[in-house]
Design a protein around this ligand. Structure first.
Ligand SMILES: [Zn+2]
Length: 273
């Protein structure tokens, strides 16, 4: 840490406390960071339930939580059916987690795929079901052993809603190549808005390292300019469809020495953008 910043941090107690009470800050990046003032996702809401109710890995920055709540409600309102099952977000203060390499800074969430039975009826899955290239998966025996189908209509509705949500700034939707191909093929036949298809073609991605994600979506939102100014570090792309405020230069100076002085002298940006 450079001397001037160290001095200011010492005077303030800690740099990370130099934000107003109640502010959520995603510090660092999703694989090496932590979460300050995270917001918990309820165990259930319109169109969603948590797969591990009562468990604490359910914190995020407000923009992540509200994006999920909006998208689940849209799918529920338009198509009905079983609720979206939500896996892990981040621990109350982020940081390392035994089930994840990322999920550390309040910008990641796991969404278990919507499923139907073999007759096409929406069903609430149990456990985690991996789908093959035909879109068929089998529940673990201890959870019933049902044969399920990947619900293309509801999963696409979820993806398009997240990607067209201008507030959310979804950066990645990690999913296997097989799932991506299935969704894009469905969208090519049914999606009226070409922008949704374009965004999905870029933002759905099978992780280069780690698991293929054939049993859930892993959704990550970008830092956004204000979180970046508070210490959030984006490693991913800046998509062309993000609004100017997110796409172009930060509205606030980053917290280098000069930026920190400006921050102290000129006040605090809106923390939850
Ligand atoms: Zn994940």
């Amino acid at each position: 840490m450079r001397p001037l910043r160290w001095l200011l941090c010492s005077l303030l107690g800690a740099c990370t406390t130099a934000v107003p009470p109640g502010t959520s800050v995603s510090h660092g990046d999703s694989a090496n960071g932590w979460l300050q003032g995270g917001v918990p996702l309820p165990d259930r809401g319109p169109g969603f339930v948590r797969a591990r109710p009562g468990e604490s890995t359910r914190y995020g920055i407000p923009r992540l939580i509200t994006a999920l709540e909006r998208a689940a409600a849209v799918v529920h309102r338009r198509l009905g059916g079983a609720p979206l099952r939500v896996g892990d977000l981040s621990a109350p203060f982020g940081g390392r987690h035994p089930r994840h390499r990322s999920h550390r800074s309040g910008r990641d969430m796991d969404l278990i795929f919507y499923a139907t039975d073999l007759d096409g009826r929406s069903v609430e899955g149990r456990g985690w079901v991996a789908y093959d290239r035909f879109g068929v998966g089998v529940e673990p025996l201890e959870q019933g052993g049902r044969v399920l189908r990947f619900d293309e209509a509801r999963n696409w509705e979820l993806v398009r809603t997240l990607l067209l949500d201008e507030e959310a700034q979804v950066q990645w939707i990690f999913a296997s190549r097989g799932v991506k191909a299935r969704l894009l093929r469905y969208a090519a036949e049914h999606e009226p808005n070409p922008e949704a298809l374009f965004r999905a073609a870029w933002a759905i991605h099978q992780p280069t390292r780690g698991r293929a994600h054939d049993d859930h979506f892993h959704v990550r939102v970008a830092c956004g300019p204000t979180q970046r100014a508070l210490g959030c570090n984006d490693r991913g792309p800046v998509w062309s469809w993000w609004r100017d405020a997110a796409l172009k230069r930060d509205r606030y100076a980053p917290l280098n020495d000069a930026g920190l002085l400006a921050f102290l002298l000129e006040g605090t940006p809106d923390p939850n953008r």
